[in-house]
Ligand binder design. Structure first.
Ligand code: ADP
Ligand code: MG
Length: 210
């Protein structure tokens, strides 16, 4: 489901990431660990097809990313990947429900209101479907980010520091939510974190050197 070979990434002349080989099967979960600046977000962005690596081959959900032109990469990302970004990216002028409709439309998928209702209900957000993102509490906004990431039933779910600003109970809840949503979608899950609390939950771990 994820297959990395000979990956190197540089920003300008500076090498920030080197990974000889790494693979993750369908439905597996893995933590991406290491201190701030070690390249976790860079690797997630490469897996998401948002950043082209300097060297190496990356296959995600059956697609060799290097071989995909930009538009195909966008379709691939929208239809097969779920991304929980470090900062919530919802359209401020649209309701939560319409943000999820937009996620379906951007992936070229048919409108499926029943699926949206199902996801919102599963995350305890049903009664907030018509709210704008600004009207959500921190915890609700975080669940909304997960809702947006899973609405298209992704094959791969990528989360960047989903627990960084949370207390223990909420961090635990956020991790459990990602795991249960990945499980429900049969998705491969990669969580980047420098949070040691996450390590207890997910045994498979990839530690990047600083
Ligand atoms: P992490 O997510 O583990 O904190 P990042 O992947 O964000 O690490 O960053 C890895 C290194 O690359 C850091 O030293 C960071 O400053 C640098 N970096 C990240 N993004 C860019 C960029 N767009 N241009 C130049 N350097 C960057
Ligand atoms: Mg980061």
């Amino acid at each position: 489901m994820i297959e990395i070979t000979g990956l190197v990434h540089r920003y300008g002349p500076r090498e920030v990431l080197r990974l000889e080989s790494f693979s993750l099967a369908a439905g597996e979960a893995c933590l991406l660990l290491g201190p701030s600046g070690c390249g976790k977000s860079t690797l997630l962005n490469i897996l998401a097809g948002l950043l082209r690596p300097s060297e190496g081959a990356v296959v995600v959900a059956g697609e060799d990313l290097a071989g995909l032109p930009g538009a195909a990469l966008d379709r691939h990302r929208g239809a097969r990947l779920g991304i929980v970004p470090q900062k919530l990216h919802l359209v401020a002028s649209l309701s939560l429900f319409d943000n999820l409709r937009l996620a379906q439309a951007m992936a070229g998928l048919p409108q499926d209101a029943a699926r949206i209702a199902e996801v919102l209900a599963g995350l305890g957000l049903a009664e907030h479907a018509q709210r704008r993102p600004r009207a959500l509490s921190h915890g609700q906004a975080q669940r909304a980010a997960v809702a947006r990431a899973v609405v298209n039933r992704p094959q791969v779910l990528l989360a960047d520091e989903p627990t960084s600003s949370l207390d223990d109970a909420n961090a635990e809840a956020a991790l459990a939510l990602l795991q249960s949503q990945a499980h429900a979608a049969g998705a491969t899950l990669v969580i980047a974190t420098h949070d040691a609390r996450a390590a207890a939950r997910i045994p498979r771990q990839l530690r990047l050197a600083a």
